[in-house]
Design a protein around this ligand. Sequence first.
Ligand code: ZN
Ligand code: ZN
Length: 631
Amino acid sequence: MNHVRCILWIVLMLTVLPAAGAAAPRGVDLARMHDWDIVVAERVSESEFHAAQEFQRHFAEATGVTLPIVRNSQGPDRHVFIGAGRSMQKSALAFSVEEFGPEDLRIVVRDDNIVIAGGPVRGTLYGVYTFLEDYLGVRFLAPDHTHVPPVGRWRVIGPVDRFYSPPIDFRWVSYEASYARPDYCARMRLNAARVPIRPVDDLSGKGLGPFGGRTPIHRTEHSFGRQLPPRQYAKDHPDYYCLFKGFRLATVKPGEGGFDFKSGSYPYGMQPCLTHPDVLRIVTDRVLDRLEDRRYLTAPVSQNDGGAHCQCDQCAPIDEREGTKAGALLEFVNKVADVVAREYPDRFVSTLAYSDTAAPPKTLRPRDNVIVTWCSISTCFIHAFDDRSCEQNVWHIEQLRRWAKITRHLYVWNYYLNDETRGYQLPLPNLRHIGHNVRFQMSLGVKGMFMQTTSSSHGNEWEDLRNYVLSRVLWDPSIDDDRVIREWVTLRYGPAASPIQGWIDRLHDRSAASGKHCRCLGGRFADYGLDESDAEAGLAAFEQAMRLAGDDFALRHRVEKASLWAYRAAIDPVWNIKEDETVDLALAERMLPRVRRFFELCKVHGVTRTHELYPQEIERFETKLEKVLGK
Ligand SMILES: [Zn+2]
Ligand SMILES: [Zn+2]
């Protein structure tokens, strides 16, 4: 594909260069398009029609001119061709998209015509959003907030002729909004929303709905629990499961850390015995069943969460030889992959390199049809992945580098949430590393990225900002992400932006200067090198921001929501306190009004969770803190 794209690019360049004696191409004045139209294909797909509507809507907001959408163009110029329909093919700017990948796009602006066309699945739609961002200055700041600046009296763009093929083929940020708002995901060009999906070889774009469906690549999940359910097999075949510390874990009684047949639960971390021939047969069958459904390009074969890996006489020597628990796992995965290569040569098996399997084997190599998703769990939140001063990251990133050397299809699973200390609302001072980390991982050959965030609740720390920055960097990793952050804060908070940006800068500067390291997923405010003075600075910043917001109700609402995170930082000293603990009276008096304000804001802004597992946990914290502090 790269070879084809290279040739395509040369052809594009040749078409842009004017022939000797020909007039130089001219750009287009966006302020003088009142007699133009938007031209779509006669048999336009839903996503390309949606693309035309999105162009029409935002262009109208920027210029005051609503361009009609037509299926046949009249005359040679003053058309915005959206998609590669017959009219576009007959125009002076005609080109073919046949060789385009599903998300490839080309934008041409020249001589009183504009073309935005790409792969019919999502390429054209993503092309329109790229055009709106780059030439109209539209910013999709949040699901409920789009910034559309007026074009004014004169805005010449072009001539333009550009081709773009997103370098990351799986892009997903797991905020709640990403699941609830597929329209916003499409605008941010995240390509794994819960929307219709078609067979992997159907590139027509038909039947995929307005957002162009999703990629047939799926996130690699912990799969053995589902593929080899203990409820079905553990009673009669305990040897299907791990021998751990001298016991077959599936035979350990409930109440002694063992298996409860009635509830179907099994001990956390229980892995299968990966050298048992029946286990290989059962898991392989499940994988083939899944791939029979042609909507799936990938099928996972990956460890359960937790670390009870089999220590039997067959499994242990493989791990020993390979110097990692990924030894027996990869040998197993490769065996499944060999069967898949015969049955479904165009599909993939995917596995996790996670926790105990984060380090690669010494001699084994993943087959060419295996996707390895390396998880950055246990890296440091404060430092960039490739920061040599951070010992935590040096070791972990060395493992990623080693995987990169032996893996043809390398993906990553990165973390942007504070889960283990019930810290969904606690500000994380690591926005600045987002772009750098993505570019670094790409430089190692990473092709797909899953960003785990606070997926099961909203109102969590900087969620709209972090979602926006992560999404824009995933689509175009070359973007200046520091500028993206500052622009977002300016546009989102308008006249109230300055103190809020000041507080974000302070948290990042002081955390970086603290010399601390903090494992991802879990940290108190102090673990990030921050203290009560930083929380106080936050409260003061939001007080000032609310004054600057004046009587703009919508803006006040946004600022107030962000202030929630300063209150959360301010009450961190008592957040994880135990119910029977006694608190110093002065501390209790200082904390109580802030605690009450925090929970008040949680109710206004719909905050429900403090971490991944338990819904409505905010209520439990409120009851606890009222009880302890209000004594
Ligand atoms: Zn075993
Ligand atoms: Zn560190």
